[in-house]
Design a protein around this ligand. Structure first.
Ligand code: ATP
Ligand code: MG
Length: 553
């Protein structure tokens, strides 16, 4: 992918300094997702940042699956994550699984025990929590803290051999229970979990904790700058402690930045999984989901997502980005890429009473009025056409310039027509309109200088391609909630999906999976890949055409 230089940010400055001072010769970053769900647009920010930095400084980036927690992880997620990173346009240098370092991590834990820097603790999880103290109350030492090295080695070995039940024992780092930083109060570094692992099967029944595993993973791979989100800031002293006390050769540097939040979007795999599992959406790639897979199926382009991620910048303070900013980059990208076509989403039949039976005109209409090189397409016209229901009103208010009884409008690129008669069914519903046309207005041009104010899009009835068209509203109406609570489920928008049966120009029978179009007046649409595979033509509205949102260039 074309790499526009990212604007300056504090992380870039740190890397620049480190290169200048010779602290690192080559920068190595990593993107370390836990394979417990699909990636979302927040991850895209991290991907763009990590890969972008390495690209800019001639370094490299690893993709590493942080799979140290056996119970929640799945190979389906591993595959989707690889696909999503590639789709964004990035290629990792090395692919790793944290679980392939389990042997090395175990050895480093033994080293800590031998140095008297780790001990096996028999306190229950509740007791450990209580002993740990709070922000205002210092911790208490575990009664098992002063076990001998020999005893610790033997117990840890027995933990590994499966002699204890889950939670019965843990291995803890021996640091400082009175530290003002709670993370340093003898944190747990290994726990027992009798659970098969997607990569290592049942080789292990003890698993390293994140705070122990992550710095080791970084150091093993020679990562120089380990970029993570702000909630790990208080864990940094522990990160540095692990690298130092485990005597790792490479010393990575942890740098924190604020995670991306976007209005009306939940940004957590756990919550997104809830939406999937409880059938609020039709899978991880539902076009309403803020997952990369969902955005792709909806019709977002990787270029628009990456440009957005670069534009929002990297900061140390949390903030919420307006989702309209993402839409802005989307429209900006699609404007030049998506050919124009006319589609009627809510059809109303119009019979042109004075148009000769059996006659068919063909109009040549430009694919992109802003880009002459985009060419033209042939659009047929005959006696029966469809227009949009909302483009007709029997009793219009003032300043309604579209069709109403007695009024004349232009059919885009075709003719002027005038509404002569409204045909209704027995219940009084409008069935169709009878209109007359002016043959002299061919091509949609005024024959005698008379003006019409409305221009309507239309589709010729006999050659129309029927298609399902899906319109979307935000999935989440508002997202204000306590971390960890599930109250966001109360904010799920019950009207986030509207399904319409519309008509398209005949050319659209050739539309391909994932192809994008601008439907005149309606916005940008994408051929849904999943339905396409099933042989069904469904268009997802990616984004509407207009917005008052402006971005400073
Ligand atoms: P989630 O809560 O969605 O599971 P996570 O932080 O636990 O997110 P990981 O799989 O550990 O997800 O994330 C991989 C990388 O992506 C991490 O380095 C993490 O900091 C980063 N990341 C995750 N969410 C965001 C976000 N909203 N904005 C920026 N970076 C993010
Ligand atoms: Mg997580």
């Amino acid at each position: 992918m074309e790499e526009s230089k990212s604007s300056s940010n504090f992380i870039k400055n740190i890397v620049e300094e480190d290169m200048k001072s010779g602290k690192y010769k080559k920068i190595i970053t990593r993107f370390p997702p836990e394979p417990n769900g699909y990636l979302h647009i927040g991850h895209a920010k991290s991907i763009v940042l990590n890969f972008g930095l390495a690209d800019e400084f001639g370094g490299r980036t690893n993709l590493r699956f942080d799979d140290t927690n056996p119970s929640k992880e799945d190979t389906e997620y591993v595959e989707s994550i690889k696909e999503d990173v590639k789709w964004l346009g990035y290629d990792w240098d090395e692919l790793h699984f944290a679980s392939s370092y389990f042997d090395e991590m175990y050895k480093r834990a033994l080293l800590l025990i031998k140095k008297g820097k780790a001990f096996v603790c028999d306190l229950t999880p509740d007791e450990i929590r209580e002993y740990r103290g709070t922000l205002t109350k210092p911790g208490k030492e575990s009664p098992y803290r002063n076990r001998t090295v020999e005893e610790n080695l033997e117990l840890f070995e027995r933990m590994k051999n499966g002699e204890f039940k889950d939670g019965e024992k843990v291995l803890r780092a021996k640091i400082d229970v009175t530290s003002p930083n709670i993370n340093m109060r003898d944190p747990i570094i290994y726990r027992i979990a009798h659970a098969p692992h997607h990569n290592t099967g049942d080789k292990w029944c003890i698993y390293p904790m994140y705070d122990f595993a992550h710095p080791l993973e970084d150091a093993i791979e020679g990562v120089t700058h380990s970029i993570c989100t702000l909630e790990f800031e208080d864990h940094r002293p522990l990160y540095d402690w692990v690298v130092r006390e485990c005597e790792m050769e490479n010393v990575p540097k942890q740098i924190e930045f604020a995670r991306l939040n976007i209005t009306n979007m939940v940004m957590s795999k756990r919550k997104l999984k809830k939406l999937v599992d409880e059938n609020f959406v039709d899978g991880w790639d539902d076009p309403r989901m803020p997952t990369i897979a969902g955005l792709r199926r909806r019709g977002f382009t990787p270029e628009s997502v990456c440009k957005f991620c670069k534009a929002i910048g990297v900061a140390k303070a949390s903030s919420v980005v307006d989702s309209q900013m993402l839409d802005y980059f989307l429209r900006d990208d699609l404007e030049t890429k998506a050919p124009r076509t006319m589609a009627v989403l809510r059809p109303l039949k119009v019979v042109i009473t004075n148009y000769p039976e059996g006659q068919c005109d063909t109009f040549e209409i430009e694919n992109n009025p802003d880009d002459p090189t985009a060419g033209t397409r042939k659009v047929p016209f005959s006696k029966e056409i469809y227009i949009e229901q909302e483009d007709f009103m029997e009793n219009p208010p003032k300043k309604y310039y579209r069709l109403f009884p007695g009024n004349e409008v232009r059919l885009k690129g075709a003719y002027f027509i005038k509404c002569e008669e409204v045909i209704k069914d027995e219940e009084g519903n409008i069935k169709e309109l009878h209109c007359s046309y002016d043959p002299a207005s061919k091509g949609g041009n005024s024959p005698d200088g008379r003006k019409v104010r409305g221009t309507l899009h239309w589709v010729n009835a006999s050659t129309a391609i029927p298609a399902e068209i899906r319109l979307y509203e935000p999935l989440i109406l508002d997202e204000k909630e306590e971390e960890g609570s599930d109250s966001f489920l109360d904010n799920v928008n019950p009207n986030s999906l509207e399904i319409l049966n519309g008509f398209l120009e005949p050319d659209m029978k050739n539309a391909k999976s994932g192809q994008k179009f601008q439907f005149f007046r309606h916005g940008y649409f994408n051929v849904d890949p999943r339905f396409f595979q099933e042989g069904k033509l469904v268009f997802n509205r990616i984004v509407s055409l207009k917005s008052s949102f402006k971005i400073k260039k």
